[in-house]
Design a protein around this ligand. Sequence first.
Ligand code: BGC
Length: 447
Amino acid sequence: MSLSFPPGFLWGAATSSAQIEGAWNADGKGPSIWDAFCREKGRVSGGDTADAACDSYHRFGEDVALLKDLGADVYRFSIAWPRIFPTGRGPVNQAGLKYYHRLVDALLAAGIQPFCTLYHWDLPQALQDEGGWENRATIDAFVDYAELIFREFHGKIGKWLTLNEPWCSAFLGNFIGIHAPGKKDLKAALAVAHHHLVAHGLTVNRFRSLVASGHASGTIGIAPNISWVDPYTDSEADRQAALRGIQWSWDWFLDPICFGEYPEPLAGWFADKGFRPPVLAGDMDAIRQPIDFVGGNYYFATAARFDPSPEGGLLASTPVDLGLEKSDMGWPLTPEGFTKSVVRIHQRYGLPFYVTENGLGLNDPQDQRRIVYLDQHLRALRRAMAQGADVRGYMAWSLLDNFEWAEGYSKRFGLVHVDFATGARTPKPSFGWYKQLIGREKAGAEL
Ligand code: BGC
């Protein structure tokens, strides 16, 4: 049955550089913070590294052929900054640029639009050695890297994302400490988040000037996590606890971008504890640049209960296990939260929206659960659209099983199975299901 997405709706799949490329030190690439993090004992499950991953650096032709077979309109991928600038700035590594030209040319030849993320967490380690995103100098390095990419792919790439899930790179990486660089310091995490935002704003600004002078093309946005949080009960305390969860993962980034200020009451909640983002004069204006669209990555929803005990942590909020079915990630399967997140994005920010990631991490050889997950989430998305959300496209996470960060290769999100010993790619039943759906939707849209 057709879900009747509107004509022009873009269908696709997503990946990221560090998770699929491998070739971690090939052709002049510098190490990223994830290459370093993988080498620290006990950081990544099973001691896995991203050294080889899916070897897409060499096998990208197979990936593009899979996308073509799928009927994808768009492919969301990211550029590895240390492949272009091995130490974060300085001389360009031409071999790295050439790889992305070959990938983008192959996509264009296959009739697939490239949807490019500039930063999906693989900061050059050389910049981390100078303080990473805590150091404002990283902002300038990022904007210069972005400018090079905009100029280089002028006329070839039309859709841009500055940052992927800044909550993860700031807070999972620097406060919770389970992602690179593995710190547990809220002050550092708030600085990283703030510098992400300034880098985002200055990049958008640079992009606009380049477009105006005929040196860049396309539209630009950002992709926060849009996990939903319901209050466990109707009490004001639970409602505030749930709101803090949502404000932390997305409003913290989208409010400064769209309204020029950090969200309340969460900013006050942090300030009461003595923590404030390190805002310098002019920063909030630099961050508040009109963007063309919002991207969002949705996986699951939780129910939050107010919990002032140490267990409630920074937000005084504990997730309640509602006994729902869970993925291998331990995430509950909650399609209705998707509708709520997308509607809230629409109501709060009023911008066109792309689903930049959505998928299931489950190692299930029969692969029936992934089909149900995708079907339920696409229906949930359609309901959000029926409530007015202006959704322009959907990118499934992920095209391939890949390096799932701190979980290593133990979790599989792919529409395509990857044998990590040989690199062999085998489409799963969900690939066939999604391909049929895309075909039906497009045929419906053409009627
Ligand atoms: C990230 C991906 C990740 C996925 C599943 C998002 O947090 O953008 O890189 O693999 O979710 O965890």
